[in-house]
Design a protein. Structure first.
Length: 384
């Protein structure tokens, strides 16, 4: 319903009472499907929205979200997935955070559970105290002994409305099977409700379907019970999930099993233990040994084969793991190549190279004059 202003437009939502009338039809849980359809069509016709695409689609899937189509389903303990996750997050955020270690989380998790158990114990202690009553009805007193405080206060509102807001509109007991038909007028809601009362079992049904959907008796049935001077509720109307003893359940229920079947199973198990203890030949021992080995392998694991562990590769133990020489850039590499490929000393005239210095001039094959000057380097060194 939060999308209605965006889908319909501000003209219908702000300048008219369209939203008020639409919410009255959609969220009225007392309407049955037929009344809802007629109310929806009346609102659409009043504001000329019969051909609106989005509203037509929402009306087409009305059985998936309109409360009128869930009146016969028990919705008393309905909890959305988002509400559940938000509740868990809100509970654990008081004890832990994403930055704790695994050990700290385990300790804080135990603290959270202890706090939850302590809160539950406090609620159990408070439930032993009887709440104050607002009416002299014995039905209210019986409900205070059965319901928890939270549920009793909700029931108490219905019980109070029974005395001050309800009245009989008409009564008809012409049914041949012991059923009586009543029309109860609700002054707060300005509406009539049909109540059928069974005189043989004291069971009642109401057109508001509050008990079927929430598990708590409505004011209209309570009004008929008050008129019948009933002092106790039929056991049908007390759901264990709303009682003070809802958590007091045994860990195991032996009533679900037959005692003779349990004795027979124990006898068979005893015979198997005797066979394993005494043994039945070598084959039995081998099978038992094999089974024991399988159990050990399952629990501990199988023994791995031999693995040759080689020494690790030698690496630098200091620094960044690189060699002591600095990395060469492209300029250094080019200079190194040029140095390696450097030519020897050559003659400027002919371009030839030689190891001896020249002190004479001789013509060569190319026509150049070579000055040959033979220098005895050793002699010069000795003179020095």
């Amino acid at each position: 319903m939060r999308k209605v202003p965006d889908k319909v437009g501000p003209v219908h939502c702000r300048e008219t009472d369209f939203l008020k009338k639409l919410n009255a039809v959609v969220w009225d849980s007392d309407l049955d499907p037929t009344e809802f359809v007629s109310g929806w069509e009346a609102v659409m016709k009043e504001f000329s929205l019969e051909n609106h695409d989005w509203l037509s689609y929402m009306f087409k899937i009305k059985h998936k979200w309109i409360p009128a189509y869930f009146r016969d389903l028990f919705m008393g303990a309905l909890l959305r997935v988002t509400s559940r996750s938000e509740g868990e997050n809100n509970f654990f955020c008081h004890f832990t955070n994403p930055h704790v270690t695994l050990v700290e989380f385990a300790l804080r998790y135990d603290s959270a559970l202890d706090a939850q158990r302590h809160e539950q114990d406090e609620l159990v202690k408070k439930s032993k105290n009887l709440p104050s009553l607002v009416t002299p009805l014995q039905l209210e007193k019986q409900a205070s002994l059965f319901y928890t405080h939270a549920l009793f206060y909700e029931f108490q509102q219905e019980c109070e409305a029974t005395c001050f807001a309800c009245g009989i509109e008409s009564c008809n007991s012409c049914y041949g099977d012991g059923e009586e038909f009543y029309v109860v007028y609700d002054n707060e809601r300005r509406k009539n409700y049909d109540v059928i009362f069974d005189t043989s079992s004291n069971h009642s049904t109401c057109s508001c379907r509050k008990f079927e959907s929430e598990g708590i008796l409505c004011r209209h049935i309570l009004f008929i019970m008050k008129g019948k001077f009933l002092c106790e509720f039929p056991s049908k109307y007390f759901l264990r999930r709303w009682s003070k003893d809802a958590l007091k359940q045994p860990m195991s229920n032996f009533e679900e099993y037959n005692l003779f079947e349990l004795v027979e199973k124990l006898s068979v198990f005893e015979e198997e233990l005797k066979k394993k203890k005494c043994g039945e030949g070598e084959a039995t021992r081998k099978d038992q040994t094999a089974s024991d080995a399988d159990i050990l392998e399952l629990l501990v694991g199988s023994k791995s084969g031999e693995v040759d562990v080689l020494p690790p590769n030698v690496c630098l133990t200091k620094g960044s793991g690189r060699s002591s020489k600095r990395l060469k850039c492209a300029k250094d590499k080019v200079a190194e190549v040029n140095t390696t490929a450097k030519k020897g000393r050559t003659c400027k005239a002919c371009g030839q190279s030689g190891d001896l210095r020249m002190n004479q001039v001789q013509p060569n094959d190319s026509g150049c004059l070579l000055v040959l000057r033979f220098v005895d380097l050793t002699a010069q060194w000795n003179e020095l």
